[in-house]
Design a protein. Structure first.
Length: 334
């Protein structure tokens, strides 16, 4: 499998009329008591909550055939019908951002995302995002919600991310993510030495006081993370991590919850304290690592058109590979 740097395509953008949005969903029982806009943002992650609120206010979202308000509390079991047009947002301008594309066909783009690249434009990051780069590479992606992006990686998490290129592929990928059948495997370098692998099943929600962070809290959304040990170092461990759910910051929150935070995590890692006995070069490499040590190394799913099981794997990100090499050399010298 080879990587190649792609230049922007020249396909013309589709009109707003070609960006019709049609969704029919039944609200799960576990959404009972939530606001309608919150429930739909959970069920339809391809649309932002603010966009859903606009559609609800415009009467384009019906519950059991009747208009509703964004703040309407749902009971669970209601049938929801959404009929809208996906209009382009002028803030999401195409930008010539190099994309490391692992695979491309008529339905899919699989990208190896570098550290530092934000996935979606948002307040404070309207430019320089993956979505801006996708619009430049293939303007026809403007017809799809979030330009075909169906899941995300944090700004400083590296590795594999899949993008839909057609409405059918988009529907398929969203359904697979909701059914938890997309297989995502990560490499995580954590602080400490867990004695074995395990499973973290702990609900995640917005942190009660730090609103830009997440936390394990009672009443949060179900979150399940599996992990196993790949390599133990002195004071640090390389884990293989797989997700059963896909909550914001899930791996970072869960690893911190079991007191093995990711190396370099500026939010959940606490103050870095190099393990006693490390040589100065290794302690410096760990202390200066500029991001959370997390890499999405494998991705597997059912191809939207053929139904065939397909998967991709990329090498470890260069900065993590160098850090692991430093840890290995330290262990070898003891």
């Amino acid at each position: 499998m080879s990587h190649r740097e792609h230049q922007p395509g020249d396909a013309p953008p589709l009109s707003a009329a070609e960006a019709a949005v049609e969704r029919d969903v039944t609200l799960p029982a576990d959404q009972a008591g939530r606001r309608l806009d919150q429930a739909l943002a959970e069920l339809l992650p391809e649309f932002s909550r603010s966009r859903l609120q606009v559609w609800i206010d415009a009467g384009l979202v019906l519950i059991e055939g009747a208009p509703a308000r964004a703040r309407t509390k749902v009971r669970g079991g209601e049938r929801v019908r959404l009929r809208a047009v996906l209009e382009s947002d002028e803030r999401f301008a195409p930008e010539p951002i190099a994309l490391s594309i692992v695979h491309e066909d008529a339905d899919l783009l699989v990208i190896d995302k570098p550290a530092g690249l934000v996935v979606h434009p948002a307040a404070g990051n309207w430019n320089g995002t993956l979505q801006n780069g996708l619009l430049h590479y293939d303007p026809s992606l403007a017809r799809l919600p979030r330009c075909g992006i169906v899941h995300r990686l944090d700004k400083d998490t590296t590795g594999l991310l899949v993008v839909a290129k057609s409405p059918g592929a988009h529907r398929s990928l969203v359904a697979q993510l909701q059914a938890r059948s997309v297989r995502r495997e990560y490499r995580a370098l954590v602080v400490g030495e867990p004695v074995s692998g395990g499973c973290v099943d702990a609900p995640i929600g917005r942190h009660p006081t730090r609103r830009t962070s997440m936390a394990v809290i009672a009443g949060g959304r179900q979150a399940v993370t599996d992990y196993r040990i790949l390599r133990a170092f002195r004071g640090y461990t390389l884990l293989a991590v797989t997700l059963q759910t896909g909550r914001t910051h899930q791996i970072r929150v869960h690893m911190a919850h079991i007191r093995h935070p990711l190396v370099g995590d500026p939010v959940y890692g606490g103050r870095p304290r190099p393990h006693k006995g490390l040589d100065p070069a290794t302690a410096q490499a760990l202390g200066r690592f500029p991001r959370q040590a997390l890499h999405a190394i494998r991705l597997g799913l059912a191809h939207p058109t053929t139904g065939e099981a397909v998967s991709w794997e990329v090498p470890m990100a260069a900065d993590m590979a160098a850090l692991l090499q430093q840890l290995e050399s330290t262990d070898a010298g003891t």
